[in-house]
Design a protein around this ligand. Structure first.
Ligand code: ADP
Length: 395
């Protein structure tokens, strides 16, 4: 076994024993300091750094028990390992010292080999423990740094989103006015439409970036209330009627009349459903079928919502990533459609913040079905629901 060297404090009132131990330890390369009683030992420990203490039990002024009790009260000293060096007849006292925190004991006068082995093994443990602590401190420091970097990034994103809002709103207003100040020819109209389309995309991106920075900073405040989910779904579907018509999709709503209300933040739930339905419309080639189904699961106090499309689908490799920030499929057909890759990341966070779950099934080239589980309002209100239903559903 490799010989470790350390700074060792030898505490003994017997000068001969002190000297024997000093010589033996120095022969093994240790740096040795000596104390003749408990008081001196504690004073030295407070002033200097030691890797190990070899402690006699019976001493004038303060004995070994007193030293161990005092060390236990001071965090820096409590970490120093202690080997008790006791006379053969003091075995009970040595056991008591171990109960007080000593790590090991040796019989006086210590046998050289035993002394070397015990000191070595105590030092090894101490150094390993020190290394672990240093590693832990490093990890904590790293964690703090990462947190600071993330906070700085979120702050930057929020600031950029905020600063971009005004100029974009101004461009948008100016474009609107352009059509009013005089007649535009056909080409000018087409160019202006393109500009407006790009502006809309930028505005959507700004809203998403703003949400992301709020989510990451834990800055989104939800206002929960009873939400009539059936009516809300019908309203959102209606708001997409132009799009549905333009793409000649068929939209079917299967929502029971007596669907109970959910417990949610109304605006944020609109954002969630709008994103999922918007994606279904966007990623389904013309003449597709989109179906929204809501089912009440009374035993689980939950509403199960599905939004199903017959669109592009998602390949198995990409399925693992679709809730990641900025993820967009590599598929050229997806890339041809506008998007930021932030919608599903935000959607998942918002659903989970509203005590819901989201997952999906998809077949590449055939279509996708998103599932949502949302808590029924009555369960949240009386809080008597037994949460026995296993919501850990597959992604
Ligand atoms: P965006 O639509 O702005 O790109 P999202 O976060 O909403 O961002 O979606 C991330 C990606 O997931 C999309 O770019 C697309 O590749 C895929 N995706 C989402 N919904 C569907 C869907 N209904 N059908 C096929 N692919 C989808």
């Amino acid at each position: 076994m490799q010989n470790l060297t350390g700074s060792i404090l030898v505490v003994d009132d017997n000068v001969v024993i002190r000297q024997i131990m000093k010589m033996a330890l120095e022969q093994n390369g240790h740096h040795v300091t000596m104390a003749c009683d408990g008081h001196e030992a504690l004073a030295l420990m407070k002033a200097h750094f030691f890797d190990l203490v070899l402690l006699d039990i019976i001493m004038p002024n303060m004995d070994g028990f007193g030293v161990l009790e005092a060390m236990a009260q001071i965090p820096d000293l409590a970490k120093i390992p202690v080997i008790v060096v006791s006379a053969d007849s003091q075995i009970d006292s040595a056991i008591r010292c171990i109960q007080l925190g000593a790590e090991d004991y040796l019989v006086k006068p210590p046998n050289q080999t035993l002394l070397r082995t015990r000191v070595n093994s105590s030092l090894r443990k101490k150094f390993l423990h020190d290394q672990e602590q240093a590693h832990q401190a490093e990890m904590e420091q790293l964690y703090e740094t990462v947190k600071e970097v993330i906070a700085a990034k979120s702050e930057f994103v929020a600031m950029a989103a905020h600063e971009l809002r005004n100029p974009i709103a101004q461009i948008s207003t100016t474009n609107h006015l352009l059509g009013k100040v005089g007649p535009l020819n056909e080409l000018q109209k087409q160019l202006l439409e393109k500009v407006n389309f790009s502006l809309e995309r930028m505005q959507a991106l700004i809203v998403d970036l703003d949400d992301i920075s709020r989510l990451e900073a834990g800055n989104i405040r939800l206002e929960f209330s009873e939400v009539n989910f059936g009516a809300l779904l019908a309203k959102i579907a209606e708001s997409f009627s132009q799009d549905i018509k333009a793409h000649r999709h068929e939209l079917t709503l299967m929502i029971p009349e007596d669907l109970p209300p959910i417990w949610a933040d109304r605006q944020r739930m609109i954002q969630v459903i709008t994103n999922l339905l918007g994606n279904a419309i966007k990623y389904t080639p013309d003449r597709g079928e989109i179906t929204i189904t809501a089912v009440h699961l009374p035993h689980h106090h939950t509403i199960h919502l599905t939004i199903k499309d017959t669109g592009l689908g998602i390949s198995p490799e990409e399925q693992k990533q679709i809730f990641s920030k900025f993820f967009r499929s590599d598929d050229a057909k997806v890339r041809a459609r506008p998007g930021t890759g932030l919608g599903l990341y935000i959607t998942k966070s918002l659903v989970e913040m509203q005590n819901g779950r989201i997952w999906f099934e998809s077949e590449f080239g055939r279509g996708t079905q998103f599932h949502l589980m949302l808590p029924e309002a009555s369960a949240e209100l009386d809080n008597t629901a037994e949460a026995t239903y296993d919501m850990r559903l597959p992604l």
